[in-house]
Design a protein. Structure first.
Length: 261
């Protein structure tokens, strides 16, 4: 088994929030939920070869997927030795009353990302915090809040068909400052270096990206038919030419409220 730090899978490409410059492109309406069967069969191609220390279920917003409880159970089944975590913005967890028991039984942490510090957002999050306080008092699972809005940064400019890469021309430097370097994704049965490379093709299908993106769209992920040597090489490669699409220094900005009107 080849050991890696973290491996991630989407339970949904869709999101109830719209965070400007979402690194998973979930604010770009690129797709919907991923059916349980599809998640299970994608993971099955890798779970006999890779041992991630952490396995992360996310999106998009995973709680938009009605099969979330079964997905949590399936992930534990396929990654019995990994630390398991579910990352959610919290607002739709109320639709999954069986989730706290599943989290307890699967020993899955729940990490709630907080995407804005404004009054309206904070007020809307109150019932979520109350519900999770109740769940926590009755079930045994780890609950954490992540201050995701602080130090918000972008890895591209514009939106939809107007999106443009940074093209800073210094992939080593872009990789050095990259916060997604330990976030490989299982997507369409393959493993992708990071969310940006994994879901860029879906943005292109939805918005027909400009010519500037073509060299990044031709990035080749790791296929399940790869040899052990190819697998090892994939995970040991740090910067690669595609990293040139990302900025070579952090481009922080204050995120506008991601609440949809
Ligand atoms: S909540 Fe997360 S997935 Fe949804 S738009 Fe914001 S950053 Fe993206
Ligand atoms: S392309 Fe490279 S620098 Fe950009 S997010 Fe992916 S790993 Fe990071």
């Amino acid at each position: 088994m080849y050991q890696i730090r973290n491996l991630e899978i989407h339970a949904s490409y869709s999101c109830n929030l719209s965070c400007k410059s979402c690194s998973h492109f979930s604010d770009q309406q690129i797709g919907k939920n991923v059916p349980l069967e599809e998640i299970a069969s994608q993971m099955m191609q890798w779970s006999g070869r890779i041992q991630p220390k952490m396995f992360s279920i996310l999106g998009g917003e995973p709680a938009l997927n009605k099969q979330l409880v079964q997905i949590v159970r399936e992930c534990r089944k396929q990654w019995p030795f990994s630390k398991l975590r579910l990352i959610s913005n919290g607002f739709y967890l109320k639709n999954h009353p069986e989730l706290p028991l599943a989290l307890q039984q699967a020993e899955c942490d729940l990490e709630v990302s907080v995407h804005h510090g404004g009054e309206e957002y904070t007020e809307k999050l109150k019932p979520v915090r109350e519900l999770l306080a109740q769940w926590s008092s009755r079930y045994n699972f780890v609950l954490k809040y992540r201050p995701s809005a602080s130090k918000w940064r972008t890895t591209f400019e514009g939106s939809g068909s107007e999106m443009v890469p940074f093209n800073d021309g210094n992939p080593e430097e872009s990789y050095k400052v990259c916060v997604a370097k330990n976030c490989p994704q299982i997507h369409e049965g393959k493993i992708w270096k990071c969310p940006q490379l994994a879901y860029l093709g879906m943005v292109d299908i939805k918005h027909q990206l400009s010519e500037e993106w073509q060299k990044y769209l031709s990035y080749r992920p790791l296929y399940p038919t790869c040899s052990d040597a190819e697998l090892q090489q994939f995970f040991e490669t740090k910067a690669e030419p595609a990293c040139a699409m990302c900025p070579s220094c952090h481009r922080h900005f204050e995120i506008p409220s991601p609440l949809r009107i």
